[in-house]
Design a binder for this molecule. Structure first.
Ligand code: LMR
Length: 395
């Protein structure tokens, strides 16, 4: 049975993580996988998460099953976090949220749900997009089409090209958007651009599918959710996949949510019943621990405050690193776009050969596309990376 199988190449992001781990150089720098790092290069457990875990350890009384939708309390609180308490879609009972195994679980179950709604559904994804979007959505049998997103000369959003491509979409097509902190480019839509995309989607009868995996790490929790909140208010149907990996630092606990926003409560109930049936036949139920931690944090004012404080410090640190890095790169060229972009990622705009030199000769790891994780820099490594890049560009 297995003898015909070929060995596949490694996933580009996870493969790079492995190569970095196996590199014995002590001054190596990891700008690859998107995890937050502190000045010492560690990915700490957030203090609010530590406290919540401690409390859970003392109080948790059972490990019995919860159910395919996960914890009701988590689903309620995460919906409020994303949409903002008192959002009209919440008040009108149009929002149905289920807990999922990470953001990937949310994306894949959204794709399975879309296939149930419309077996020949087409999803438009940005070029570029996160490397795992296409396997996650295409793997569920959806047709993928691409819309241009990034002007590679300026590394900013090519909004005219994006809008022109989306004009070609047919009614009922799905448009995948990054809620904030576009992965891999760091180039986000402005509030005016969100309004224009919402107008286009409304006029053409498209379905927005928003992946928001970095809420709180771009500008702040509310600012980063602007696009989701706008679309949820103005459009009859919206799908939102979210993740607690980055903003709660719960990467390995696989904690995420999938929100179906329907035209009315009755349609929402029917849609959710379909989604729950799909979940039951895929993984049955999501893991409980991470969601229990998030629920406790969001349900306990002192923990919520501590978490806000820590997340805000992480967000400010990334913004400061962006300024310092683009300044350090000034002798090598105009990298001011890094300062203007948001979230963990930016492209350096160098070619794969230059990326390889940085890895082989300097121990600086980034994706072949030249995507770097800004949070992987520190005051210590920043100038070394800037000098190495300057040297490679000067060759
Ligand atoms: C990334 O883009 O590096 C992260 O979202 C981690 C992953 O799973 O790819």
């Amino acid at each position: 049975m297995f003898e015909h199988l070929n060995t596949l190449p490694q996933d580009p992001i996870l493969g790079l993580m492995k190569s970095f781990r196996e590199d014995s150089r002590t001054d190596k720098v990891d700008l690859g996988v998107g995890v937050y790092r502190d000045e010492a290069g560690h990915t700490p457990i957030m203090a609010a998460v530590q406290s919540a875990q401690q409390r859970l350890l003392e109080t948790e009384a059972t490990k019995a099953y919860i159910g395919p939708a996960g914890a009701e309390g988590f689903n309620h609180l995460i919906s409020q976090l994303i949409l903002g308490a008192g959002h009209p879609a919440l008040n009108d009972q149009r929002v149905n949220t289920v807990q999922t195994p990470g953001g990937c679980g949310a994306l894949r179950m959204a794709a399975e749900f879309l296939r149930l709604c419309k077996p020949d559904a087409t999803v438009w994804v940005s070029t570029p997009t996160w490397a795992n979007h296409i396997p996650l959505l295409g793997g569920a049998g959806l047709t993928i089409r691409e819309y241009p997103y990034l002007d590679t000369a300026t590394l900013s959003v090519d909004f005219d090209a994006m809008m022109a491509a989306l004009e070609l979409a047919d009614a009922g097509d799905v448009v995948l958007l990054h809620g904030c902190c576009h992965n891999p480019s760091g180039a986000d839509l402005s509030p005016d651009q969100w309004t224009a995309v919402t107008d286009l989607i409304e006029r053409k009868g498209l379905l927005p599918f928003i992946d928001i995996a970095y809420q709180g790490l771009g500008e702040g929790l509310d600012q980063d959710a602007h696009g989701v909140r706008l679309m949820a208010e103005r459009l009859p149907e919206v799908i939102v996949a979210s993740s607690c990996s980055k903003n709660f630092g719960l990467y390995r606990e696989r904690t995420g949510a999938l929100m179906l926003i329907a035209a009315n409560a009755q349609q929402g109930r029917a849609a959710t019943s379909q989604l729950l049936s799909a979940i039951r036949s895929h993984y049955s139920m999501p893991p409980a621990h991470g969601a229990a931690v998030v629920e406790l944090i969001l349900d306990t004012p002192a923990l919520t405050q501590a978490w806000h404080h820590e997340l805000d410090a992480m967000c400010r640190r990334i913004i400061e690193l962006r300024s310092a890095f683009s300044e350090a790169l000034a002798p090598a060229g105009d990298f001011s776009f890094i300062e203007r972009q948001r979230g963990m990622f930016s492209f350096l705009g160098i070619n794969p050969q230059q990326v390889k030199i940085l890895r082989d000769e300097f121990g600086i790891y980034m994706l072949d596309s030249s995507r770097i994780n800004i949070a992987g820099l520190s005051a210590n490594t920043l100038s070394r990376v800037a000098h190495a890049l300057q040297e490679v560009l000067g060759r």
